[in-house]
Ligand binder design. Structure first.
Ligand code: ATP
Ligand code: MG
Length: 310
């Protein structure tokens, strides 16, 4: 089931200044399914927050289509099953943590008994039970993020849009938040995560879109982005034997006594290499696609895109 669908979406901020208008989103198309954790990556100013704002009806698209659960952002019902943690949020400072949750819950029309039960659960979940009666003005940045996550989850939404959820959260808190998000996913819900913490996205997301200057330059599974499909590490008893493979199959990147790395012209060619090693009576212990970090893959994608621009 598609939860979020965006087709050819463009958002131009009219600045009225000489430097011209800003194209924050440029023909963006993507769809996100139920149960997915989807990462939105991109340099500062790429358009990530703008995409959230368009989806939530906070700002209007210039052209193109967007929908949440099949409803356009202009329909308030599209937001009924959605929780949102804004970037750089400023919740009303005079409220306590509990007050914020009650305030948010009332906007969803929840009853007092529902509010009491859900608030208690959530405050425990995000590790803020001790701070319920403290005013938000006294919260540290990480505490603000934790309470923000709780308010996003108050109505038990099916989709969470989280803009930099772990920004300012301490390392233990980051792990706790990751566990909370994994639990939400295990309940079959969807999460869209804007984050610059690529190791975090790598460990949590199923798919990511990389945005640059408002355009999607890549949309892919994390698995695909982090494996060099054409490179394989082969653990094998090479001894001092030299292996050559024809250029149409690929090339040997490195050979040691305990194995080799090959770069192949296509994935299937790994079978050729294995047959070749076996013919030479070389014992093979493992064949593994070479992995790269999401961070490295992200930087390569952004750099390649910048180089291909006129
Ligand atoms: N209200 C606005 N008026 C004019 N320009 C805006 C407005 N909001 C955002 N922009 C511009 O739109 C572009 C995209 O901004 P956006 O906040 O969506 O980026 P982002 O990917 O979320 O960046 P970051 O990683 O820094 O949070 C930027 O060039 C920004 O300056
Ligand atoms: Mg942003």
């Amino acid at each position: 089931m598609t939860v979020i669908d965006v087709q050819d979406l463009t958002k131009v901020y009219r600045t009225g200044m000489r430097k011209g208008d800003i194209v924050a989103l440029d023909s963006v198309s993507l769809s996100i399914g139920m149960g997915e954790i989807f990462g939105l990556l991109g340099p500062n100013g790429a358009g990530k927050t703008t995409l959230f704002k368009v989806l939530l009806g906070i700002t209007q698209a210039t052209s193109g289509e967007a929908s949440l659960f099949g409803r356009p952002p202009s329909d308030p019902k599209s937001r009924l099953q959605v929780g949102y943690l804004p970037e750089n949020h400023r919740f009303p400072f005079h409220l306590t943590g509990l007050g914020l949750l009650e305030f948010s819950a009332r906007m969803y029309g929840m009853s007092q008994s529902e509010i009491d039960q859900r608030s208690e659960e959530l405050l425990e979940l995000v590790g803020m039970a001790r701070w319920v009666d403290t005013k938000i003005s006294k919260y540290s940045k990480g505490m603000g993020q934790r309470i923000g996550l709780a308010q996003a989850m108050i109505s038990d939404p099916d989709v969470l849009l989280l803009d930099e959820p772990t920004d300012g959260v301490d390392p233990v808190g980051k792990i706790e938040i990751r566990k909370v998000l994994e639990r939400i996913r295990s309940d079959g819900k969807s999460i869209v995560l804007n984050s610059h913490l690529l190791s975090e996205v790598e460990s949590m997301a199923d798919r990511v879109a990389i945005l640059s200057k408002g355009r999607i330059i890549k949309i892919s599974s994390v698995e695909d982005l982090t494996s060099r499909k054409s490179q394989y590490d082969i653990e094998a008893d090479m001894g001092s034997r030299l292996i050559e493979i024809p250029p149409e199959i690929g090339k040997v990147v490195v050979v040691t006594a305990r194995g080799m790395t090959v770069e192949l012209t296509k994935r299937d060619n790994v079978n050729y290499v294995i047959d070749h090693l076996r013919m030479k009576k070389i014992s093979i212990y493992s064949v593994t696609p070479v992995k790269v970090s999401l961070e490295q893959s992200f930087i390569e994608t952004i750099t390649e895109d910048a180089e291909s621009q006129p």
